[in-house]
Write a protein that binds this ligand. Structure first.
Ligand code: MN
Length: 143
């Protein structure tokens, strides 16, 4: 399914929330969260998010979070799912350029990540959706 984005419409002009949480759970990872459809679509990255081109990072799709969670920092208590320290590693906004079932392109305006980023789903097995997250080539038509 391809979701059409009307380039003259509101969706394409609107900046959505962007945040990456650094999550020191049993295994340290980074949770990329992008506002879409009124929620934070989320992916867990086992390695540090890519700041330069040519680096592709595994991004495991995880549960949507409420928008309010974008500002969360603190300790998830022992015994709860994801127990460990959560801190904001980067934040800002993003602007969707393309959105298909297996491909997302967005311009990220953060402090650490800046520019055009892609997410491509390369595998889906037993309910787990695996994506690659990477910084895209510069494009003259993207401000
Ligand atoms: Mn996490």
């Amino acid at each position: 399914m391809v979701q059409e984005i009307d380039m003259s419409g509101r969706e394409s002009e609107r900046e959505g929330v962007y945040v990456i949480h650094r999550h020191a759970a049993t295994r340290l990872h980074y949770d990329l969260r992008l506002e879409m459809d009124g929620v934070l679509k989320s992916w867990a990255l086992p390695k540090e998010p890519p700041r330069s081109r040519g680096v592709r990072r595994l991004a495991i799709e995880v549960a949507d979070h409420d928008l309010e969670y974008a500002g969360f920092e603190g300790e998830i208590p022992e015994g709860e799912y994801g127990a460990g320290r959560v801190e904001i590693w980067d934040r800002g906004s993003h602007r969707l350029l393309e959105r298909e079932e297996k491909k997302i392109v967005t311009v990220i305006h953060g402090e650490r990540l800046r520019g055009r980023y892609g997410l491509v789903m390369f595998r889906s097995e037993r309910g787990k959706r695996l994506w690659l997250f990477f910084k895209e080539k510069a494009s003259l038509d993207i401000p």
